[in-house]
Every structure is written in structure tokens, then in C-alpha cells.
Ligand binder design. Structure first.
Ligand code: ZN
Length: 148
């Protein structure tokens, strides 16, 4: 098994940052509003997290964009992520096969090498810039920090 490099932690945090921004931008409209994946409450970008269905602890699904969706602070931080409701939403949105695949994938051990972390981080930084460009002028004005 590959050992996870200690020096990778900072880079992994950067990867988390771009991936999380990507998910929240993907799941909100051009004005920055989107629905919580589990309670369906309409929330502003600032009130949404990138909520994982299968926990972030496992690297094999941590950066899988079908495992992660915009989720309100209440569901994500205070209700333990509402993972059962999240599973139902995944099955509804992508099909039961996708949920089965994620369930299988999350139980497998996986480490990321530094170059894989760098590649993933760079990919999502680019995607963040693309999605940001499609948002309204006001949203961009108020969220310039998102692309830095
Ligand atoms: Zn919610």
C-alpha cells in the first residue's frame, strides 16, 4: 500500500478548497442560489457547504463529484450530513447503479500521490474559473475571492 506523504497535507487542503468551490458553484444558479441536496431548502452560496454523502475520510470518494453536493449548514454541520437522505438523492438523480458504485468505491482503500493531488487541484481550479465566469455581474462582484 502506498504511504500518504506528510508533505501532501497542505496540497490536499488546496485540492479540497477548489473542489468544494466547484461543487457549490455547480449547484447554484447564476445569482448564487441553490437547493440543499437533503432538505431542498433554497439557500444562498454563502449558506451552502460542499456536503459529502460518504465521508471525506476516504480519499477514494472524497473528490468524486457524484458523492458531493451543495448542502445547507444545518444538514451538513448539525445533522451529521443526513447521509441516508443524501443516498436517496444520489439514487434518484444518477440511478441506483451509481449509488452502488459509490458504496463499493468508498470501502476500498486509496491514497493519492502528490502529482495526482496537483492534477486534481489544477483541474478544479480551472472549472471554478469557468463556472465563476457564468455567474451574474453582481455575484462576481461580491465573490471575487473565489478565484484566488
Ligand atoms: Zn439542508
Amino acid at each position: 500500500m502506498r504511504k500518504y506523504p506528510k508533505s501532501g497535507n497542505k496540497k490536499l487542503k488546496t485540492y479540497d478548497k477548489w473542489f468544494s468551490r466547484y461543487i457549490r458553484l455547480r449547484d447554484t444558479n447564476k445569482y448564487g442560489f441553490g437547493l440543499c441536496i437533503t432538505c431542498h431548502r433554497k439557500c444562498h452560496f454563502d449558506a451552502l457547504d460542499a456536503g459529502h454523502c460518504f465521508t471525506r475520510n476516504n480519499l477514494s470518494t472524497r473528490f468524486d463529484d457524484k458523492n458531493v453536493h451543495a448542502q445547507c449548514h444545518n444538514c451538513n454541520r448539525f445533522k451529521g450530513g443526513e447521509s441516508e437522505a443524501h443516498k436517496l438523492r444520489i439514487a434518484h438523480r444518477y440511478g441506483q447503479e451509481t449509488l452502488d458504485w459509490l458504496t463499493k468505491k468508498t470501502s476500498s482503500m486509496m491514497n493519492l500521490l502528490p502529482f495526482e493531488i496537483k492534477e486534481g487541484s489544477d483541474k478544479y481550479r480551472e472549472l471554478v474559473r469557468e463556472l465563476y465566469a457564468q455567474k451574474s455581474a453582481r455575484f462576481k462582484e461580491e465573490n471575487q475571492n473565489l478565484i484566488t
